[in-house]
Every structure is written in C-alpha cells, then in structure tokens.
Design a protein around this ligand. Structure first.
Ligand SMILES: [Zn+2]
Ligand SMILES: [Zn+2]
Length: 448
C-alpha cells in the first residue's frame, strides 16, 4: 500500500497491489473526461483539443479519446482509471543529519535561513540568486529540517542534466536518505522518496505527495511556457505545502506572484567577486560577412587573442545554422575550435572535452547558457541583437564567466549589429546586482 501513496497511477499498473478492501481508501478517477465540450486529462491537465486523439478501444468498445500530451508515460484515455492514495497526515520524522562541512557566504546564509523559515511555515518563497551564488548549498539546512519533521521534499527542474548533477550532491549531503532521482530513462522513475529530485515532466506521476516543492531554474524552457508542467507541479504538491522558486533571472510574471517579503536576493557570488559586466562591441552586418565566408574583424580579433593566449572561451551564436558556418571558418585558425547545439548527437562528449580543456573555443547556441561551468573561460556573443538573446538569456550567458574561485574574473563581449533593449537591460540587471552586493557588504573589495 505504501508504494502507491502520493502517486498518480494507472489502474492496471497497481491492480495486483490492491484488493477491494484496500481499494476503498484510494481515490479513483477517470483519466480523460469531457467538460463543457472540451476533453481534459486528469494526469497532466491538458485541455488542448489538438493534443487528444481517438481510437477504437478494445476495453470500452467505443471510440475512446486519449491524451497525447502525456502519452510517453502510458496511455490515459476516457476509460482509463487513475488511482491515487493520499499521503499520511501523520508525519514520520526521519532521523537524519546533514553531512556537509562547508561554510555559507553571508548572502547564502540569509537565504538559507529564509528557506528554513518558509518550510516551517509552509509559505512561498522566491530565491533570486545571481549565477554562481551557490544555490544548492543554501537548500541543505531547510531540507534537513523538513526531513527531520517528516516532510517530503521534491526538487524539480525543467532540465534533466540538472537532476543528474544535483542527485549525487544531495546523496552525499544526506547519506542515510534514499534519494530518488527521476528523469526520462532513469531507474528510479515512478519511485517516491522523502527526498526526490525530478524533471518537471516526471511529476505527472504524483498527486499530493510533497510538503516542500523547490523548483530550480523556474524560468527555463519548457516549464516557463508549458501550462501542463505547471499543472503537474501543483498537483504533486500537498494542499498545505511550501513552494520555493530558485532562479537568477525571474520573469516579471514570476516576480508578481510573490510579495516583497517573499523574495530573497543573493546579489553576490559565493567567492565574493563582483559579476563581470558585459561590454558592447558593434561588429557590422555579421550575417552578410558570414555569407562571404568571413567573420567581422572585431570577432576575429577576439578569437585570435584567445588562440594566442590559449584562453578558453564560449562563443554564443543565435541559431543552429550559424554554428557550422562559424566553426568551419575558425577550424583553419585553430584545430581545437568546436561547435555544439541541441540537435548535435555528440553534444555530451563535446561539452566534456570543453570541460577537460581539449576544446579551446566552443561555438554554441543558447543550450549552454545554463549549467555548464568551465573555469577561466571568457564569453562572447555574436549577433547579440537577435531576439533569442533576451535579457534573461544574456544575464545567464554572462553568468558563465568568473564562477570559479580560482578564476573569479573574465571578460564578456556582446558583438552586435545594433544595440537592443535586452542588451541594455541585461547590463543594468548585472550592475544593479553588483551595486546591491556592494551595499550589503557582500563583496571582497568592500570588506578590504
Ligand atoms: Zn495527459
Ligand atoms: Zn476505452
């Protein structure tokens, strides 16, 4: 029985676990129903007509509509029953202790206290932490408290690479806890643990399971635009629970969901050096230049300087098509210049080689705007005026520079063919965070 609590399952997945007596305590609902002429999927919240299809169903002997939106987790149709069983209200505290001896920066300390408070009081919280603030460590104390009081904690993120990166760190911090890590293809899929790390997609399988829902990178694609993922997160939370958002770039839509007291900023990086400020460099009509098989002069100069000094760098470009164009032009300059994009089958290997310093300059689309840290690398953006480079994308991209304590500075250049509001706002955003960090005495220089 315990293995179905808090989960949202298809009847045939659990029928051998349940006899009629046990079934009585479960909630059984139809998978797909029609409301005011519109189909609705109760597992993923989809109500878009084009995301439903019909088939001649052997089970109900009718034309049966099913949800295409969550099909990858097994088909939910009109005659499918969904089973769920509420979690016990009586919490069983876990006898766990945090296994971590690091020290928090002053900014982290403040956020850590706020998180613990939000978990205790079951209130919402937005942690607005600059890239490189050290987001994971600020969660430790709050998670410890939650587990000790019998709460179930879920850290959800739109990106599976974040799950894979976080899981081992949390397992190390809480060695006695059975940490579940859920993403498409992971062994733990469908498991429920007091400490669960999941992609937002995996939350379709849960219902009223978690007392604490922490969403990392809340502004990242696809969560920020997919209402059904937002439905899944809400459904997976208990009615009384705390919701904690973590991000370096909250949209104004997200910020409006919190009162000023429910927003905590960490404006400084854990190492206490200010965020590098982007420089703008006009580079003319770079698209035209590329058509003539050349790169604008300022960009070539930047490349040459990095080749001469053998200094690693990211070169962001606006779209997939531009990646091979730029890489082919630069291969002659230096053999260790590579390109990567979302559809690249060798994406993982190439990123690994970049981390191992076997790639000097990595030409990339915005897929590397988050997550990948290469100590000491500089950053440039080619075509920073393009729409894909929003304020938040540019802030995240700038956040790649100077993250390591051993290389806390570096340069970031926006090569552009006309300055945009997004570029200016990104620069302001970063300057404002540095100013706030200075004011709060969080920067190294201000303490000297
Ligand atoms: Zn669905
Ligand atoms: Zn059917």
């Amino acid at each position: 029985m315990n293995d179905i609590k808090g989960r949202h399952l298809l009847l045939h997945e659990v029928s051998d676990l349940l006899d009629e007596r046990k079934m009585a305590s479960c909630l059984i609902e139809d998978g797909v129903t029609k409301r005011a002429g519109v189909y609705f999927c109760h597992r993923c919240g989809n109500d878009k007509p084009y995301l439903f299809a019909a088939f001649h169903c052997a089970r109900c002997q009718k034309l049966c509509h099913y949800c295409r939106n969550c099909l990858m987790m097994g088909r939910v149709s009109e005659c499918t029953k969904l089973i769920s069983l509420s979690m016990d209200e009586t919490n069983r505290p876990l006898n766990v202790e945090l296994n971590w001896n690091g020290t928090l920066s002053k900014g982290q300390e403040k956020a850590s206290l706020k998180i613990t408070e939000a978990i205790e009081e079951e209130t919402p919280l937005l942690i607005w932490a600059v890239c490189g603030a050290g987001k994971t460590e600020i969660l430790f104390k709050g998670i410890e408290k939650a587990l000790q009081t019998g709460k179930y904690v879920c850290i959800a993120t739109p990106r599976s690479d974040v799950v894979r990166e976080l899981a081992p760190r949390l397992k190390q911090a809480f060695p006695k806890v059975d940490v579940a890590s859920l993403y498409g293809g992971s062994e733990d899929r469908g498991k429920l643990s007091p400490l669960t790390i999941a992609t937002t997609h995996q939350l379709y399988r849960y219902k009223e399971a978690f007392d604490v829902m922490i969403i990392d990178e809340v502004d990242a694609f696809p969560y920020s635009v997919d209402v059904s993922l937002q439905f899944a997160v809400k459904k997976a939370q208990k009615k009384k629970s705390s919701l904690i958002y973590l991000t370096a770039t909250p949209s104004s839509f997200i910020r409006r969901q919190f009162t000023p007291l429910q927003i905590v900023k960490i404006p400084a990086r854990y190492h206490g050096y200010p965020l590098p400020i982007p420089k703008f460099q006009w580079c003319g009509n770079w698209k035209k230049a590329l058509k003539k098989n050349r790169l604008p002069n300022p960009v070539m100069k930047w490349v040459d300087a990095h080749v001469v000094r053998e200094k690693q760098a990211f070169l962001f470009v606006p779209d997939i098509q531009t990646v091979p164009l730029v890489v082919n032009l630069l291969k002659d300059v230096h053999p260790h210049i590579e390109g990567v994009h979302a559809e690249d089958p060798h994406r993982k290997e190439k990123v690994q080689q970049f981390r191992e310093q076997k790639v000097l300059i990595m030409v990339t689309t915005t897929i590397l705007e988050r997550g990948v840290t290469v100590p000491g690398a500089d950053v440039a953006v080619l075509g920073a005026e393009q729409d894909i480079f929003t304020e938040s994308a540019l802030v995240q991209i700038s956040g790649r520079v100077g993250r390591s304590i051993n290389a806390p500075t570096g340069s970031i250049i926006f090569f552009h063919f006309g300055k945009t509001n997004a570029m200016v706002q990104a620069k302001h955003h970063i300057e404002a965070m540095n100013a706030l960090a200075h004011k709060e005495g969080l920067l190294k220089q201000s303490s000297q």
